[in-house]
Design a protein around this ligand. Structure first.
Ligand code: NFS
Length: 679
């Protein structure tokens, strides 16, 4: 990844999006943001830390290891490869635990619901129930209440330390599963894999870097085919399976409302957000808002909680990870309500320049200086009201002189669950992945690219967008989740009109169904939807017999979280090559780096790759797609469209985002905003 200063030679922060530029350049100059800290800290982080060869798992160190130099191993003799592999494995364990704890919380609420406990949730998508029953190895024909109870029990069992069930890994295509069996990495329970991996990485345990990295792969499978997948599926049951839905994004006037009480919902777990949305329409809440002169309560999403509520309710999304500070610096947020993950501590400092209250809601995730209101699902409505009342009371404290809302909001379409993609591409009556497979085989669609993951204060380039545009022009259909999805939404790539940027083959397919060239598949736990879509593509019947043979590739161009490493690892172990930005956390060891970027291909049919610039990303991704096509004998050569800067500018000028134009093609699948924001 290119550092702002290195890229531009400027000494002040350079922002990757116009909206950041507009808000942060006008904000109080004493206010330090992530971007200004990058500037203060300088270009290069510690090489040992960045390359994974700083060992601090015991009190003889920390040992900074130089691979291949005698005497510069760890005090205990640990090699650079061992230390890099250990640190990498710990990142995978961290990421897996985050997604899985989220999944466990949803499973617990689901269990309360099916046991008829007093709780503010219900099972909303019963269509999905029978499909899931089969996938979970349950009898789909049993009575619904019994089935729901079984499902709840099976879900919670996945976290049990003693179970050997293998999570949901048997959903994978058989040849993919057989690779895991062959290498002894079929995950058992989620908790067992995380605990085991942390144990293996303590002083004096696993000291074979390949074994450690395969252990990391096993743990990551308990994330992708376990915790994350469970979170996605149970959330679909409780909150509804997403369908294409239109919404607005960006920190603009349709998202942050001058005339309403604005409450941002930030984090990853959408359960509280769901209750807040319902309670924002409560007559008592509306009356209290009217008393302070507001037209109602406007909720807006940040990070993956934002993606979850965008996909299901069409709630506006204001911010990706690097935009969370800017959302507060609009001066028009009465509260930012946070749950877990990717909530930076700096938001309390930024909020102190404004009237915004930061409200933490989870007992395992508090922030010094924030107000804590513990969310308990059984008292969900009461707690949601308390939060909204606090926000309403702050409305009068807004300082009009500090309001700084940029002019631009964009209309988009989101909500492509793996089920929906099947309907959209296959039609309502022959819903299937066959048309997608056929269009890849006939070459109209060259392949698939999943561009996912975080954005990063250390990057001032819009890498997600640059990469996506070039791939689309080369007939690659792009799937996206997480903050990457928000960034692409902010640049208009999630609109059906963006199909005009596509190469002729992809454009023909997209225009026939009125589909954007980038499909928003949800939050980061929803990367599990990509695994299921890939599995369907294999099971539908195609030249590819396992996930590794599909002409597909993944990328996380601005990753920053351990969760991204866990996701990358389970993609690779499932057969999808991924390209991640540098610095990559094992680069301090040539041996560990070589294993992950080359040798691991022999185990899973896929490997990690690393890149820095958008053109490096695109080259690697196109190479992989072409390699996939060649592997299954469908490689008709085609001239590659290479982008230069002037072509990118032309695309920018040509982009036309017409609100909601062309959405009719989704027919019955397009849900118009179910939970309407107050006018
Ligand atoms: Ni994913 Fe979502 Fe964003 Fe990165 Fe954080 S919000 S779970 S980790 S920063 S994409």
């Amino acid at each position: 990844m290119i550092d702002a200063k290195a890229r531009t030679g400027k000494t002040e922060p350079v922002y990757p999006t116009p909206v950041l530029q507009e808000i942060l350049e006008r904000a109080d100059s004493r206010m330090l943001t992530g971007f200004s800290r990058v500037e203060k800290r300088g270009v290069l982080p510690c090489k040992f830390g960045a390359g994974g060869t700083c060992c601090h798992v015991c009190n003889m160190g920390p040992c900074q290891i130089v691979e291949g130099v005698e005497g510069l191993e760890g005090i205990c003799g640990a090699s650079g490869a061992t230390v890099a592999a250990r640190n990498f494995a710990r990142m995978v364990a961290g990421g897996t635990s985050a997604h899985s704890e989220h999944g466990k919380h949803v499973a617990e609420v689901f269990a309360h619901v099916v046991n008829n406990q007093e709780i503010s949730f219900e099972v909303r998508d019963k269509r999905k129930l029978k499909v899931l029953a089969q996938e979970f190895g349950l009898d789909p024909e049993q009575d619904e209440p019994a089935l729901l109870q079984e499902l709840a029990k099976t879900s919670l069992k996945m976290f049990d330390l003693h179970t050997q069930e293998g999570c949901l890994s048997r959903r994978a295509p058989k040849p993919t599963f057989e690779r895991w069996e062959k290498h002894g990495i079929v995950p058992q329970s989620i908790n067992k894999e995380v605990v085991e991996l942390i144990h293996r990485t303590t002083i004096g345990v696993d000291q074979d870097y390949k074994n450690l990295l395969l252990g990391a792969a096993k743990c990551s499978l308990a994330d992708g085919w376990g915790g994350s997948m469970l979170a996605t599926e149970l959330q679909d049951l409780l909150l509804g399976t997403p369908d294409p839905i239109k919404a607005v994004v960006n920190v603009g006037p349709k998202v942050v409302r001058k005339d309403m009480v604005n409450v941002a919902i930030h984090g990853h777990d959408p359960l509280l957000a769901d209750v807040l949305i319902r309670m924002s329409k409560d007559p008592e809440v509306l009356a209290r808002a009217a008393q302070v002169g507001a037209k109602g309560v406007n909720l807006l999403g940040v990070c993956c909680t934002g993606n979850e509520v965008l996909m299901r309710y069409g709630l506006p999304v204001a911010a990706s990870f690097v935009h969370q500070e800017a959302a507060i610096a609009t001066g028009a947020l009465e509260a930012m309500v946070v749950d877990v993950q990717c909530i930076i501590q700096n938001i309390t400092r930024i909020a102190s320049f404004y009237h915004t209250e930061i409200i933490t809601t989870t007992d395992i995730s508090k922030i010094e200086g924030a107000t804590h209101i513990s969310f308990r699902p059984e008292q969900g409505e009461q707690i949601a009201k308390e939060i909204l009342f606090r926000a309403i009371d702050r409305f009068a404290l807004r300082d009009k002189n500090k309001i700084n809302i940029p002019a631009k909001s964009l209309e988009i379409v989101a909500g492509f669950s793996h089920e929906t993609i099947m309907y959209v591409l296959g039609g309502r009556f022959r819903a299937s992945y066959r048309p997608l497979n056929d269009n890849i085989v006939n070459g109209k669609i060259r392949g698939l690219a999943a561009i996912v993951g975080c954005d990063n204060f250390r990057s001032n380039a819009d890498l997600h967008v640059e990469i996506a545009k070039e791939l689309i022009a080369n007939d690659v259909l792009v799937l996206t989740t997480g903050c990457s999805a928000v960034r692409m939404a902010m640049e208009g790539l999630l609109s059906p009109e963006a199909a005009s940027m596509a190469g002729s083959g992809l454009r023909e397919v997209l225009e026939a169904i009125g589909c954007p060239p980038v499909l928003h598949m949800g939050s980061c736990v929803d990367n599990s939807r990509i695994l299921i879509a890939a599995t369907e593509m294999v099971n539908t019947g195609a030249p590819w017999k396992e996930i590794a043979q599909i002409p597909a590739v993944g990328a996380a161009p601005e990753w920053m979280s351990e969760k991204a490493i866990a996701i990358g690892m389970y993609f690779v172990a499932s057969g999808v090559q991924v390209v991640f930005s540098e610095p990559f956390p094992v680069q301090g060891s040539k041996k560990a780096y070589k294993f992950l970027t080359e040798e691991i291909e022999d185990y899973f049919g896929a490997s990690w790759k690393t890149a820095t610039t958008s053109s490096q990303f695109v080259n690697m991704m196109m190479d992989r797609i072409n390699f996939g096509r060649k592997g299954v004998g469908i490689d008709q050569p085609r001239p590659r469209i290479l982008f230069d800067m002037s072509m990118r500018r032309t695309l920018d000028q040509n982009r036309y985002i017409s609100p909601f134009h062309g959405l009719g093609c989704f027919g019955p699948h397009l849900k118009y905003t179910q939970v309407k924001q107050s006018a």
